[in-house]
Design a protein around this ligand. Structure first.
Ligand code: HSE
Length: 427
């Protein structure tokens, strides 16, 4: 008879129910074939009691004690939101000799290193592929397949909800609120979507990556984190006029001053590898000192994407592959990343205007200050009866007393070439 591994799920929201469906329905046969064992779900910890029509042999409970009382548990799928009680539960189950597979970004960003150590001391696995970039096998690629490569820079779209919102707003001219609602309905957003749109979710993922790549995290207070809450349709339309798309980009590198990390809405040109990463997809560009530049892309959120990452974690553990936390990574000297890239300082500025004359006077002011600012390209558009102007520039805009309020976005230097900029669309 086939051996059975017993599994419990902590949490039964988008993530937990996705794992449930894959193990018991869509991928049961394949999973059993691959690991040569039956996988049985014996318990589910839920937040509230309600009729879920689950099989009777599964203990479904709101009480952790009832899960802990189960006679045998091999794997725990941890899909709870927030640090507690997930932190305590993870320790409890590791103490009990279970492997823990987690999708909990906040927990891992805050206590991941400590919990990994804890698991190691218990001789158990704590894996968390699902916590970063959804279904993309990113962590294993970094940890197992890029061990000798020194990672110089990582730039990524790490939040599916934000990318979905930005793509949909731009393509369908829908409001921020409408797009967010759809992302929630599709199961992409967090229970509290503030985490997605404020860049906090991407930040947690970035901190997990920093721990894995550099074995340390930057001072959280010093990481610039800007969300997408203030992005307006006209910003996206003006960016399009310059051939640019706005993405919530997380960037991570280590230089002489330590680890530098930012999460902020950033325009990318059509030459940038992340330009075509649209909808709920995530994309990660990794620049290394050996292979060069790699790019990974795929579904960054949603039930199936997360279930895929978690179940593949189980397979990896079953096949006795090296666990994430047991892999030693070589330290390396940072090489080229301190050199300022030529186009690093390019920005896009957006202005709402009263009329065309205002644009002309604004330009006159800029021309007077041409020593400190180089205008590379300008676009003026009428959107919903209002006029907006925007320009790409490098230099210091601060020194100019501009007559109207403006928004600014950075433009990623990757793929940018100065000769791309032709003056377009001026009245
Ligand atoms: N809310 C997250 C996102 C889910 O949109 O990326 C996956 O971590």
């Amino acid at each position: 008879m086939m051996e059975t591994v017993k599994v419990v799920l902590l949490g039964f929201g988008t993530v937990g129910s996705g794992v449930y469906d894959s193990i018991l329905h869509t991928h049961q046969e394949k999973l059993e074939k691959v690991i040569g064992k039956k996988v049985e779900i014996v318990g589910i910890l839920v937040k509230t009691e309600k009729d879920r029509q689950l099989p009777e042999n599964i203990i479904v409970t709101t009480k952790i004690e009832e899960i802990l009382a189960l006679p045998k548990i091999d794997y725990v799928f941890e899909a709870i939101v927030g640090i507690e009680p997930a932190y305590s539960y993870t320790q409890l189950f590791l103490d009990r000799g279970c492997h823990v597979i987690s999708a909990n970004k906040e927990l891992l960003a805050n206590r991941g290193e400590e919990l990994s150590e804890y698991a190691l001391n218990k001789g158990k696995f704590l894996t968390f592929e699902a916590a970063v970039a959804g279904g993309i096998p990113l962590l294993r690629t970094i940890i197992q397949l890029l061990q000798v490569n020194g990672i110089l820079v990582l730039e990524g779209i790490l939040n599916g909800t934000s990318n979905y919102i930005l793509s949909k707003m731009r393509n369908e001219k829908l409001s921020f609120g409408e797009c967010l609602q759809e992302a929630q309905q599709l199961g992409y957003a967090e229970a509290n979507p503030e985490s997605d749109i404020s860049g906090r979710d991407a930040f947690y993922k970035q901190m997990i990556l920093s721990s894995l790549i550099y074995h340390e995290q930057p001072d959280w207070e010093k990481v610039e984190r800007v969300g997408i809450e203030d992005v307006a349709l006209e910003d996206l339309a003006l960016g399009e006029g310059h051939g640019l798309r706005l993405k919530l980009l997380a960037s991570l590198k280590r230089g002489d001053e330590g680890i530098q990390a930012t999460v902020k809405p950033t325009f990318v040109s059509s030459e940038h590898p992340l330009y075509n990463v649209e909808g709920v997809d995530n994309g990660i560009v990794i620049k290394t000192d050996l292979v060069g530049t790699l790019m990974l892309q795929g579904p960054g959120a949603g039930s199936k994407a997360t279930a895929s990452a978690m179940i593949e974690d189980l397979v990896q553990i079953e096949q006795q592959k090296q666990p994430l936390q047991q892999v030693h990574r070589y330290s390396y000297q940072t090489q080229t990343q301190n050199k300022k890239e030529a186009n690093e300082s390019i920005q896009l500025a957006v202005f709402p205007l009263q009329d065309k004359e205002e644009w002309l006077s604004l330009k006159a002011i800029l021309n007077e200050n041409s020593k400190s600012v180089n205008i590379l390209q300008e676009v003026v558009k009428e959107l919903d009866g209002r006029i907006y102007g925007s320009f790409l520039y490098d230099g210091e805009l601060e020194c100019i007393k501009l007559p109207v309020l403006y928004k600014r976005y950075p433009v990623s230097p990757i793929g940018l070439k100065r000769d791309h900029f032709n003056l377009v669309n001026i009245f």
